[in-house]
Design a protein around this ligand. Structure first.
Ligand code: GLN
Length: 281
């Protein structure tokens, strides 16, 4: 029987061939198998592992060696300090997307019972993070993937959120006529030929959540064009995009006659979200 310390040492040496966070990866996977925190691993390095725990851990670390993202192996990812269930049907939440939450909360500060829609909700992180911050919100979360909606509904139940209506819809296609204060989306925006698609976690994520035609801009165009019918007077559109798409996205917003177009930078200093107001003339 092997102990915690030597199990971690052996696994992280192997993982180091393919991961630059080898020890952390090994610790997270072992915590997952043992259902314990990392401080438990540090406090009990000599504790022996049962055969079943060792086998489970070995299986997961082999999958990790093949590149499977940690979040898909544990089935969880933290976003906005909340725990979310994830599986390969949904994109893994990124810290970059927290910018959409910050901007949305600022825009809603002086609005009572605001109405919002999150398009392409995936695991539901945007709508759920906003709904937990603002229980007075009325939200619609839409996705064209039933599997994604299923995960989003589970996350919503896990966080005891009651104010989100989930809709099966390709962008606005099945969204009933309605006016929202905010239309928010983290759509697919990567060009199909982008070399970054063959590296790291994205290799295992759903293409439909990552890749868009027209240099990654096709879905952004669809959302921007259609959002005009769904925004209240002076309502705001917020779209996450690639760090090199700032001017292209601004040009799209401009071509659809939005005003106050502004791009905001994420925690890593990259242009990541563009916002604009809709004012019908
Ligand atoms: N930000 C993600 C990435 O670059 C892509 C997410 C998306 O397309 N919405 O990996």
């Amino acid at each position: 029987m092997t102990d915690i310390q030597s199990t971690l040492a052996k696994a992280s040496a192997k993982l180091a061939e393919t991961s630059d966070s080898a020890l952390l990866d090994a610790e997270i996977l072992l915590c997952h198998v043992l259902d314990k925190t990392r401080s438990h691993l540090r406090a009990w390095p000599e504790k022996k592992l049962s055969t079943s725990h060792s086998q489970q851990f070995l299986k997961l670390s082999k999958q990790r060696q093949q590149g499977v993202p940690i979040a898909y192996l544990t089935g969880h990812k933290e976003f906005w300090s909340l725990d979310f269930k994830v599986d390969p049907a949904v994109l893994i939440p990124r810290p970059d997307t927290e910018l959409l939450i910050e901007l949305s909360l600022e825009l809603l500060v002086s609005k009572a019972s605001p109405q919002i829609i999150d398009l392409g909700t995936g695991s539901g992180i945007i709508a759920i993070a906003l709904a937990t911050e603002r229980p007075d919100i009325k939200a619609i979360a839409a996705d064209f993937s039933e599997q994604a909606l299923n995960i989003a509904r589970q996350n919503s139940a896990m966080h005891q959120v009651k104010n989100i209506q989930f809709i099966h819809s390709n962008w606005f296609a099945n969204v009933p006529p309605h006016k929202f204060d905010l239309v928010i989306s983290n759509p697919p925006y990567i060009d199909g030929n982008d070399p970054h698609l063959s590296q790291g976690d994205v290799r295992f994520e759903p293409d439909s959540a990552l890749i868009a035609k027209d240099q990654g801009l096709k879905d952004i165009k669809i959302i921007t064009g259609n959002a005009r019918q769904y925004l209240k007077q002076h309502g705001t559109l917020l779209i996450e995009h690639g760090c090199d798409q700032q001017s292209a996205v601004q040009a799209i917003f401009d071509s659809y006659q939005y005003t106050s177009i502004k791009t905001h930078t994420d925690l890593s200093g990259n242009p990541r979200v563009t916002t604009a107001q809709w004012s019908a003339s």
